[in-house]
Ligand binder design. Sequence first.
Ligand code: URA
Length: 450
Amino acid sequence: MSPPPACLNFRAIDVIRKKRDGSELSRSEIESLVNAYTRGDIPDYQVSAWLMAVVLRGMTRAETAALTDAMLRSGEQLDLSSLPAKKVDKHSTGGVGDKTSLVLAPLAAAAGVAVPMISGRGLGHTGGTLDKLEAIPGFNVNLSAGQFRSVLETCGCAMIGQTAEIAPADRKLYALRDVTGTVESPYLICASIMSKKLAEGIDALVLDVKTGSGAFMKHEKDAAFLAELMVETGERMGKKVVALITDMDQPLGNKIGNALEVIEAVEVLHGEGPQDLRELCLELAGWMLYLGEAADSVNAGKNRGQELIASGRALQKFRQMVELQGGEPGVVDHPDRLPRAPDLTTTASTKSGFVTSVQCERVGTACVILGGGRERKEDSVDPAVGIVLHKKVGDSVAAGEPLATIHYNHETRAARAKQLLEASYTISDSPPPERRPLIHGVIGNSGEKN
Ligand code: URA
């Protein structure tokens, strides 16, 4: 679709001043700014000034919807209307050890919901689905639109990276935000995420908005604000959207690092794996199946998800998707075929007691330092390295007992990561007074029946 026409008399300076002074911009002013910037007609310095004005002044719901819409229409939108199944995706705002996408895409597909998933790479201390998938030898995340459609038609799910054609305005704006201190605006985050997700041609979206020490939104009230904004923006565009606010105050599951996370996702698809990861996957699956009309209620969706894991059908879907995208399907039954780091070292507790916190951003940063993420944009990611946690919040620990094992390729990186990991754990004499819930809340119920 061609971008909407720019408003006649548009001058970037007027739009910057208007936002600076706290007035509401019109839809056509926002469209004109986004289109002119995407075409290269206005310079970075003017858009940087405008972005900072948005960070400081905020946006109304109408402005946020207009920005999302203009970014969405800056590129192509997939037309998947020929697929009979409902199209549903899940998006997480980013965390540490969050490998739910790897479980959910095949699980929902096994239930008859189509999952056209366009994912991202690791950002800061958080992991990215594309980096995890690329740990599978041969797995291709760069399918053409035609190949993407064909995998989706054949197996019901496909997982790729953002193409140059999808939301090009977001690509340019995101790169500018990254270097101008303007990432942390709920309005800009909402427009960035929703423009890409709505371009996938989906009917419904389940958002996993993380909160806690490993999330971008550290405080629950900020996560809830972003969740509400994204739900309302999606609904204004005619989509069913629900947001779960979930805990990221400690890593999800026990394994952090690309190949290690593939192993843990496969464990869940085998009906095993850590309890918190299994629980969150089933909760999100319940919502995906319910919004995708493959279940009459969220609970029915959870039960169906459990059956599809127990019968091996979800695992079979994963195997099929891996094979269709050029990956080695044998990793599903032989995880030793995934890249493995040559060296291991453990970090042990210096005292006996109870784990009362695991500072999640530090654990994510330790994984980045090992090479599991990028310290600079141009870095390549090492799929083999990572961390396996043996103790999490609430666990008792004896002096000298291992807290975590580090899988590494470079001694100096391992030493830095070990220091950070040790500083992540708090061991106290008594257990934490209360456990944080895994699910903090649900926003936008899209007519939910439990
Ligand atoms: N992820 C995105 O895609 N965009 C943002 O602005 C933040 C996180």
